[in-house]
Design a protein around this ligand. Structure first.
Ligand SMILES: [Zn+2]
Length: 577
């Protein structure tokens, strides 16, 4: 959405920014404008989900691994258990418990058509907590994702849960989302004007020039980062642009994402995107807004200022095409970038570009595959099937066998994929040794970065699918998970445990290569809920479940299996005192 509110306050705002040194051009009439109240008219109807000073550790639209961040991460003063507040009146529409992702989360539907999401919680309210526990025991399952009946009704300002660190959370915080209930599309929650102080404009590290079709930048064919201090740039032939940028807010050092960016060439708007609203169905296409080779290598936020042809993202302003066109006149061209955060703070910079036509235009089209067709590649008995629209643009596909390292190169790690490619690899592994075989992916430093279970084809090849290109090998995982009772429960006898002055029965549970697939606990034969926190490598039974007896020896069996079927069983007795 392009805002066109012109007020003198905007000019004041920009004039104030000259002192931040990056602003070397003044906004012209063509620049999109913001009003003094901020970027968007403040929406009403939601209150902040925490009653402590609001400090963001992450914002909406920030680049994350294979997705945009779809909410706000509020810091919770380094602790769990901070009351979380219902942002509106509403009814709980969904409750989720998962060892990964959102962990323990509730979704609240407001009468106005907004769903607010509160994730990584430590605890739900007692009524919801009891309902969840009953469902878990009914289904004999830890993970849950359901619409509760009966209705749990909340008023705006009620405590809806307590903040935590559950699921894929790397430290105590609240992940808060606002979605349109009808579409479940996430919207930038800062439109509601929560009291997050932010006077710092986005930081622009530079302009990436990405030569294509034989183009050059400063005489070379490789992409170049041009800093704001660099006075001029030379481009021959065709090129695309990207910006390296981030945003910070007043109260924390955390790196956040930019809200809106525009690219102008000689004052004409070539491209713009704005992260006001996202779409879970295509959220992985974040990799097509990021300049992925740099993002993947360094983790720096580099945003493309063009739409890759295969990108389905809803964030680009309508009607704009890529800036790949050649400029062949002899006058310098002004390439200008302007960035905004959601509070209306802005940064702008322009570079002078000597942009000439390249006389011998080399197109590398012949060597490339069309992104919107199916491709099947074969090499030494291995095949890779690439469905259409797997990649976002026409692509080269390195596919080699490296005998010394016993590795296959299946595409290059700087190629982001929207879909999985299907791989079948020949192997010398004898049939009797096939149990436990999986594909592994190695990172640049040789560490294993991913494991992929697969299946054996009739022709003896190992088949698997993956959405990540890179270096692959086959390995065998024949080691079962390890399981150990917490030291507080141990007695002199290895198979006898006592639980005393401790609210839970806890085991450590870990697996080296393929990872845990299933786990289960039984007490005197009856299923008990063993919660699982993979990041802490821990499973536990909470005594408040009251599925145990007190003061007597009970038979305890804990089983776990990894992704390739290796199994471990712990068997003994436990006494709860
Ligand atoms: Zn988050």
């Amino acid at each position: 959405m392009l805002m066109n509110v012109r007020t003198s306050a905007f000019r004041l705002l920009c004039a104030g920014l000259v002192s931040t040194s990056l602003l070397t051009i003044q906004p012209t009439a063509g620049w999109s404008q913001v009003d003094s109240a901020g970027w968007h008219a403040k929406r009403a109807g939601l209150v902040a989900p925490l009653d402590i000073p609001l400090v963001l550790a992450g914002n909406f639209g920030e680049l994350r691994a294979d997705h945009f961040h779809t909410g706000l991460d509020f810091k919770t003063q380094g602790r769990e258990g901070v009351p979380v507040i219902a942002a509106s009146d509403g009814v709980i529409s969904r409750v989720k418990v998962s060892p990964f992702g959102y962990g323990r989360a509730v979704y609240l539907n407001s009468p106005e058509g907004w769903t607010t999401v509160y994730a990584h919680l430590q605890k739900f309210t007692p009524e919801v907590e009891n309902w969840v526990r009953e469902r878990q025991y009914q289904k004999q399952r830890f993970a849950l994702d359901e619409s509760p009946k009966p209705d749990f009704v909340f008023s705006q300002g009620d405590t809806i849960g307590w903040s935590g660190n559950s699921g894929g959370s790397a430290g105590p915080h609240l992940h808060f989302e606002v979605r349109e209930t009808a579409t479940q599309r996430p919207v930038n929650p800062l439109f509601w004007g929560f009291d997050v102080s932010d006077a710092i404009p986005p930081e622009l590290s530079g302009l990436w020039v990405l030569p294509i079709n034989g183009g050059r930048v400063n005489g070379g064919t490789r992409p170049r980062l041009i800093s704001p201090e660099t006075p001029s740039v030379r481009i021959e032939g065709e090129a695309r642009f990207a910006v390296q940028a981030l945003d910070r807010l007043d109260a924390a050092k955390n790196r956040c994402g930019v809200y809106r960016a525009e690219l102008r060439i000689n004052d004409s708007l070539e491209h713009a995107w704005e992260l006001d609203k996202l779409d879970f169905a295509v959220n992985r296409d974040m990799n097509a807004l990021a300049y992925y080779p740099e993002w993947e290598r360094t983790g720096d936020q580099v945003y493309r200022m063009h739409r890759l042809p295969g990108s389905r993202l809803p964030v680009h302003d309508a009607g704009m095409v890529s800036a790949a066109s050649k400029r062949n006149d002899s006058l310098p061209v002004q390439v200008a970038v302007q960035l905004w955060d959601v509070h209306g703070n802005t940064t702008a910079h322009a570079w002078e570009v000597q942009w000439t036509e390249r006389t011998e235009v080399q197109s590398d089209k012949e060597a490339r595959f069309s992104f919107d067709e199916v491709h099947q590649l074969t090499l030494d008995g291995a095949t890779v099937r690439i469905p259409k629209n797997t990649f976002y643009d026409d692509f080269h596909f390195p596919f080699t066998w490296e005998e010394e390292r016993n590795e296959w190169e299946i595409g290059s790690s700087d190629m982001p994929a929207a879909r999985a490619v299907e791989v079948a690899l020949p192997t010398a592994i004898p049939e009797t040794m096939r149990a436990g075989v999986l594909a592994i992916r190695r990172g640049r430093d040789g560490d294993i970065e991913g494991t992929y279970a697969g299946s054996w084809q009739e022709d003896g090849r190992f088949a698997f699918s993956t959405k990540t290109c890179g270096r692959y090998a086959l390995e065998r995982d024949s080691v079962p998970p390890t399981i150990r009772p917490h030291k507080r429960h141990r007695t002199s006898a290895q198979d006898t445990l006592v639980v005393r002055n401790f609210g839970e029965l806890r085991f450590s549970l870990a697996d080296d290569l393929s990872g845990i697939e299933t786990w289960e606990g039984r007490l005197d034969g009856a299923w008990i809920l063993m919660r699982w926190d993979p990041k802490r490598e821990r499973i536990w039974y909470d005594l408040s479940d009251q599925r145990h007896a007190e003061g007597i020896d009970q038979e305890l069996v804990i089983q776990a299996r990894d992704e390739v079927g290796n199994q471990v069983v712990w068997r003994g007795t436990v006494r709860f005192e």
